[in-house]
Ligand binder design. Structure first.
Ligand code: ADP
Ligand code: MG
Ligand code: MG
Length: 499
């Protein structure tokens, strides 16, 4: 379809579907809508259950909650009941996970593609430029990563305009909530079993979620491949982390199910305590590290000084498995997402035509800002686009009239200013009513959901050891909010109810 036609089409559909956005109760197809008292009771039970099952985060109100484990806990923000999704979209998303795992691995091998695609971005984005410097150093040193571990999450929304599942983004670094999401599923099954008659719901329609166990297993297998008994997994963490219990769930499974010890270090601690032996072994505080698992390092805020950058370089130069390596990290940038969506680019990396078609089917419209026609359209119809910088972690995108303003300003600035961003087709998920529980308070709101499917990939030389989907993350947010992060305070953790 020509671009103009597509925009016209989107507008038409949008106008006609707006009228249908009447708030449907979340449980619309059942007669079982519990009354306000029952909902209050369920919410209290749910919050207590969270506390008793480790579905918790650090409480903003307690200044020590991000640094001292075990103090200032509050139940994670949750949806009281799971959100509905037709089973066909669930199957589609699950099927895509191993394809994206494979794609990330293939693209990561093409260093020139990564460098070239991001070459303009680097002129205007210092953070991307620093990552590319490390990547370039590894290319120049002809550094080979034999053991490759990816723990990814591909996020989707169900677009009501086209009734299709469209990818929001693919995350390759520091994907959050593999620990907590599995427990939300258990919570929802428990509530449905307890209040089943009242709700007319069936707990079997909430798919199982083993994300935390499967991620721990993938980390343990990577550790196994290295075969150094005394070695540890090193989790790179932020100095302050209120989502630490999500991380401690993986630490627990690594120890209890696999006998693997995890140490937690910040980038600046690695700089102070780490060294690489002549044979490539990474040693931190006298402990051999065979797997580095990043739960930090994805945002410029994580690199306040040169110390953090030298820690990142040190780890990359070592022989330890990096999850992710610098090249896996770069594959997950929004610029690369946009490049991969161009015609004939997937074909450079994959052979199977059916698989290529399946991947492409979930791509939304993505454009570089070199495309003057698209920039013009976005200025005329800013509501149909999202403007995205090369950032992770929520709260960075530009929506609505701000898109117009930003584009006009960036055009004026001239030069490469536009290259810091990509434009994406705005996805319009259908809204429904849900009860959200936050800080012990339950309220009903019109919401939309985003489904993330976790994936694990492990390869040692030619041997693919794991290429699997690993459970899911459902996030639900108030429909009037543009952004979707749970940690950033926009969304709540949720699970799925298949219809
Ligand atoms: P981040 O890496 O910061 O998570 P995302 O691309 O996932 O960046 O965008 C953050 C949030 O913005 C998403 O969780 C989603 O709620 C919203 N969002 C992103 N892209 C779109 C889009 N094309 N249409 C509608 N909402 C979007
Ligand atoms: Mg995201
Ligand atoms: Mg992201």
């Amino acid at each position: 379809l020509s671009f103009k036609f597509r925009i016209y089409h989107l507008k038409l559909r949008r106008n006609s579907s707006r009228a249908q956005h009447s708030p449907l109760p979340a449980m619309s197809t059942t007669e079982g809508k519990p009354d306000a008292d029952a909902v209050e009771e369920m919410a209290r039970e749910a919050a207590a259950w969270c506390a008793m099952h480790g579905l918790v985060v650090g409480d903003r109100a307690d200044p020590r909650s991000g640094t001292v484990p075990g103090v200032g806990l509050v139940h994670a923000p949750i949806s009281l009941l799971p959100s509905r999704l037709p089973e066909s979209f669930w199957s589609q998303a699950c099927e895509l996970a191993p394809l994206f795992n494979e794609l990330v691995d293939r693209v990561s091998l093409d260093g020139d593609f990564l460098q070239d695609s991001l070459s303009k971005t680097r002129q205007v984005d210092d953070f991307t430029s620093r990552l590319l410097d490390i990547h370039r150093k590894m290319m120049d040193a002809n550094k080979k990563e034999n053991i490759r571990l990816g723990l990814h999450r591909s996020d989707y929304m169900l677009d009501s305009e086209t009734n299709s599942l469209l990818q929001i983004e693919l995350n390759t670094i520091s994907v959050s909530f593999p620990g907590l999401c599995s427990i939300v599923t258990e919570l929802h099954r428990t509530l449905i079993n307890q209040y089943g008659n009242l709700l007319c719901l069936d707990a079997k329609r909430v798919p199982g979620n083993e994300a935390s166990r499967q991620f721990a297993k993938a980390l343990a297998k990577a550790w196994d491949e290295f075969n150094v008994d005394s070695a540890v997994v090193m989790m790179i963490v932020q100095p302050e982390e209120r989502n630490m219990y999500d991380q401690y769930w993986l630490v627990k499974y690594l120890r209890e199910s696999h006998g693997v010890t995890t140490i937690r270090k910040t980038l600046s601690e690695v700089e102070a305590e780490g060294r690489v032996l002549p044979d490539g072994t990474l040693v931190v505080n006298d402990r051999k590290v065979t797997v580095v698992y990043f739960r930090a390092g994805y945002t410029p805020n994580d690199y306040p000084s040169e110390a953090e950058w030298s820690a990142r370089l040190l780890m990359e130069q070592s022989s330890a498995v990096k999850c992710p390596s610098i090249s896996y990290h770069l594959v997950g940038t929004k610029k690369i997402q946009q490049e991969l969506a161009k015609p004939n680019v997937l074909e450079r990396f994959l052979e199977n035509k059916e698989e290529i078609a399946k991947l492409r089917q979930c791509f939304a419209g993505l454009w570089s800002l070199d495309d003057e026609e698209v920039v013009k359209s976005a200025i005329e119809n800013p509501d149909l686009f999202v403007l995205k910088p090369q950032r992770e972690g929520g709260g960075n995108n530009i929506y609505g009239l701000d898109v117009r303003e930003a584009l006009i300003r960036l055009k004026k600035e001239g030069g490469d200013a536009l290259s810091a961003y990509i434009l994406m087709q705005r996805i319009f998920p259908k809204a429904s009513l849900a009860s959200l529980v936050r800080g012990g308070v339950c309220h009903e709101a019109l919401t939309v959901s985003e489904l993330g499917i976790y994936g694990a990939y492990l390869r040692n030389k030619d041997k693919v050891i794991i290429n699997d989907k690993c459970g899911y993350l459902m996030r639900t947010k108030v429909s009037s909010s543009d952004e979707g992060g749970v940690a950033a305070g926009f969304a709540v953790l949720d699970s799925l109810y298949l219809t």
